[in-house]
Design a protein around this ligand. Structure first.
Ligand code: ATP
Length: 726
């Protein structure tokens, strides 16, 4: 495996040889062996300690020691690399289970072993994968007669055949050679848990789901029938959801393309957007495009990100005045070539996509060719902030067999109900809920691990620092290599992320810390701030520099809390407490990805935060319970603290989610600026600030006076001599 390819993953750098060598020298702070703590799921622990398991007809064993990889990455180069390989990590953790658990099945009974239902149950349970049909079609018996199939709230657990190796993608599901080769070239050899559970449902026939499917008795159903399904997937951060939906989309579009080419007698099939992926930020859409392109290489499927001004309909290109030219035919063709989207899989943020399918009068035009809709970070996309836009797009996807999949580490019950209601309403409106037209449609929910919880392979710390100044001091202790690690301020080696509540606070913290990194270590260039007020170019440059290891500490807002995959970051600092427990789960999920051990999530809180800390404390406590950890002194959340912290009322929770801690939003203009001064990010005393302000005032006054004198002198020159008045 090419180590530089790994280092450059998720960047556009192809030949990053020189960059890596230049930037990742011995002074790289994250160099050194990665630490290991406990496994992600406790159940898996016991079952995998044996190191080897056998099921009927299959021999299931741990694979992939360091030697198996064939190449090992020197620690000092493994800055943003994959860390220890997934497989080697298993050995290192004494054969215990981890986040991105992998398995290999060595078939001893033919190429395509079918596992019995008991075996499926066993594997799925071991990996904490729970699959439930939430609603679907069911044949209702009325006396002797079978009523037409009807929609029902079913809520039945199913046990689909798990995907135990990527080899099965080809042998069982028939993915193309090219796609299989691309997976291998990217170093993906074994599926992670979310892929193990979701791909058989997405790619396979309904018989894969086990026997207990209402209305789908094996004897009555046609063999190899595929159901229309909508899937909700809830799996931990960094568990490989992107690859899960990408493999599905590429598989479907390649199959469709092949069928079309055959039916058109080898002619080129018509192209157009057939799959939409929506994600909440540009950073995330760029990352998805990047991953998608690597997988789609040579398959003929085009994956692209939507750019400003691009449209999905010809009439919209013609309508747009901004891009209108002289009206000639040539000009029209040129314009259409330039502004029409020409890709099979389009990735976008909701607002940009909505503009691309709306007229100037903002009527949304339907996109009937779209067959697949993926909502990545679905809970955020269906949150009030993005809800109208997302549902607008979803409604515009008017294909009768649209398959929607929703992915996130956190999908609360209200969002789940909203999605389910919307899916059923949409089908009803399209007249699809009658039995004759809807023989097999199901809404399925797949949960990996404990629903809505933080990854347990990260060490969580909740640190009280009394005041804003206290927080700054705690952070400085982390930055200075000489600082002795204490329980209050544990050591945290860069690279790491710092989250603040607002953009002004991120900027203020950045200017405060700018000179905290010694010149010999790169000085101010090692620390940067990223937020949505920056230009797109500035944002992508900062992202690229952080991935390359040129920036060590990145201060940001919740903009980067979702989906962003920085492989090797050592930790996350919540400089300001997150607004919701979901936000905490996603922020800390930027570390400990792919089950990587040793990540630290540190949350600082002050007096003002006490009424709001319970949210975070509960998540940490649940995560510790999940891994069965006995807490060390100062680590995690002590029981007394959990009991002492006040509970949040529904109203407070709602307000906190919407606005964050109110006092941190105070500006100097409000309340004579007293609150703003108290919450200011600065270590300077009031007296020092007063002196500084006086100095600034004096300098400004001198400049003003000089300008006046100059203006006066210039004015004198310009004035015409008017003679002496009588
Ligand atoms: N089967 C696999 N083998 C090895 N690495 C994998 C596999 N699947 C995914 N990965 C890697 O795991 C990392 C995390 O994947 P991804 O970003 O898709 O996580 P996610 O579940 O979407 O996380 P989040 O909830 O934070 O968005 C990526 O670097 C990806 O390349």
């Amino acid at each position: 495996m090419d180590m530089f390819k790994l280092l450059a993953r998720s960047t556009n750098i192809q030949k990053s040889d020189s960059i890596v060598k230049k930037n990742v020298g011995p002074c790289v702070p994250s160099a050194g062996p990665s630490k290991h703590t406990l496994p992600l799921f406790k159940d898996g622990l016991g079952s995998h300690n044996e190191g080897e398991r056998s099921y009927r007809g299959t021999k299931r064993k741990r694979v992939g020691s360091e030697d198996d990889r064939g190449d090992s990455i020197p620690d000092q180069l493994n800055f943003f690399g994959e860390g220890p390989s997934l497989t080697s990590k298993m050995n290192e953790t004494d054969g215990r289970n981890r986040g991105a658990e992998v398995l290999k099945v060595e078939s001893t009974e033919g190429d395509d072993p079918e596992l019995s239902e008991t075996e499926c149950r066993q594997i799925l349970k071991q990996h904490k994968i729970k699959t439930t049909i939430l609603a679907g079609t069911q044949t209702v018996r009325n006396g002797q007669k079978h009523q037409p199939t009807r929609y029902k709230d079913i809520r039945v657990q199913i046990f689909p055949q798990p995907l135990t190796t990527f080899g099965e993608l080809r042998s069982k599901y028939g993915i193309s050679k090219r796609l299989a080769a691309n997976l291998e070239a990217q170093g993906y050899t074994e599926p992670t848990e979310v892929q193990l559970g979701s791909l058989p449902i997405l790619l396979g026939p309904i018989e894969n789901w086990g026997l207990d499917i209402p209305g789908a008795k094996k004897t009555k159903m046609k063999r190899q029938s595929r159901a229309d399904i909508d899937l909700l997937t809830i799996a931990p951060t960094g568990s490989g959801k992107t690859l899960g939906f990408m493999i599905h989309l590429l598989y479907e579009l390649m199959k469709e393309r092949q069928a079309l080419m055959q039916s058109l007698d080898e002619e080129h099939p018509a192209r157009g957007v057939r799959a939409l992926i929506i994600a909440p930020t540009h950073e995330l859409t760029d990352q998805i495009v990047n991953e998608g392109r690597k997988l789609a290489l040579g398959t003929g499927i085009k994956v692209s990100g939507l750019k400003k001004g691009m449209k999905l309909h010809l009439e919209l290109v013609d309508e747009d005045e901004q891009v209108n030219g002289d009206g000639s035919e040539d000009e029209k063709t040129r314009r259409q070539n330039k502004y029409m989207v020409k890709s099979d899989i389009l990735v976008s943020t909701p607002l940009l996509l909505l503009h691309a399918i709306s007229t100037n009068g903002s009527t949304i035009l339907p996109v009937p060719d779209v067959r697949f809709l993926v909502l990545d970070e679905a809970d955020v996309l269906l949150d009030p902030l993005f809800r109208a836009q997302t549902l607008g797009i979803w409604t515009a996807c008017s294909h009768p067999s649209l398959r929607t999949s929703l992915w996130s580490a956190t999908i609360g019950s209200s969002i789940e109900t909203l999605a389910q209601t919307f899916i059923l309403d949409r089908r009803r409106k399209l007249g699809l809920s009658q039995a004759s037209k809807d023989p097999a449609h199901h809404i399925i929910r797949l949960v990996v691990g404990l629903k809505d919880s933080a990854i347990p392979n990260v060490s969580h710390r909740l640190v009280y620092s009394a005041s804003e100044q206290g927080k700054l001091l705690a952070l400085r202790q982390l930055l200075h290599p000489s600082a002795t690690p204490t329980t209050e301020a544990p050591s945290l080696q860069p690279p790491f992320l710092i989250f603040t509540q607002t953009i002004p606070r991120a900027i203020a913290l950045h200017s405060e810390l700018l000179y905290d990194i010694p010149i010999e270590a790169g000085g101010s260039s090692r620390i940067a701030v990223l937020h949505s007020d920056l230009s797109d170019t500035a944002r992508s440059n900062i992202m690229a520099d952080f991935r390359k290891g040129q920036i060590w500490i990145l201060i940001t807002t919740d903009l980067l809390s979702r989906g962003i995959d920085f492989r090797g970051i050592n930790g996350v600092v919540n400089y300001d407490i997150p607004n919701t427990s979901a936000s905490y789960i996603h922020r800390v999920g930027r570390t400990g990805r792919q089950g990587r051990q040793g990540g630290v999530a540190m949350t600082l809180y002050t007096k003002e935060d006490i009424p709001y800390v319970k949210n975070v404390a509960n998540v940490i406590a649940a995560s510790e319970r999940a891994k069965g950890q006995v807490k060390g002194e100062g680590e995690g959340v002590q029981k007394w603290l959990l009991d002492a912290l006040p509970d949040l009322s529904k109203k407070t929770k709602k307000e906190l989610k919407r606005r964050g801690v109110e006092s941190r939003r105070a500006t100097v203009e409000k309340e004579g600026g007293r609150e703003a001064r108290r919450m200011r990010i600065s270590t300077k005393s009031g007296y020092e600030r007063q002196l500084e302000n006086k100095r600034k005032g004096a300098v400004a006054g001198t400049r003003r006076r000089m300008a006046q004198v100059e203006a006066g002198a210039e004015g004198g020159d310009d004035e015409e001599w008017g003679g002496i008045e009588n």
